[in-house]
Design a protein around this ligand. Structure first.
Ligand SMILES: [Zn+2]
Length: 115
């Protein structure tokens, strides 16, 4: 019987009857290659508010943002929100109300209500 020491669980197993759980861990560990740390360009699919598409590439997301004439504030693209809607034209509203008041003062009424 050939037994080997298992570094996963600290016990000895027969090579022909290696516990599956120890085998998996051993295999996974062997697949873990030392890789230098780097900032990945990939991210969770993120909805871009400008074109309503999902992107998994940070650089593409940023490009769409720049092409749309915007810039990302902070380091999280998801912080980008749709641009604020233009404020109501207060002057136009005021003019419209004043015109209506002027018509009212001239005696103009909506027909069918009081007549
Ligand atoms: Zn084991």
């Amino acid at each position: 019987m050939r037994q080997r020491y298992c570094r996963m669980c600290g016990n000895w197993h027969e090579l022909e009857a290696w516990p599956i759980e120890c085998f998996k861990v051993t295999k996974a560990a062997s697949d873990t290659l030392p890789v230098p740390y780097f900032i990945s360009d990939t991210m969770e699919p993120t909805l871009h508010p400008l074109d309503q598409r999902h992107y998994t590439s940070k650089s593409t997301f940023e490009r769409i943002t720049r092409e749309g004439g915007y810039e990302t504030v902070g380091n999280d693209p998801a912080r980008l929100r749709p641009p604020p809607k233009p404020k109501a034209d207060k002057k136009a509203i005021k003019d419209s109300v004043q015109k209506a008041m002027a018509r009212f003062r001239r005696g103009e009424r909506v027909s069918g209500i009081n007549s």
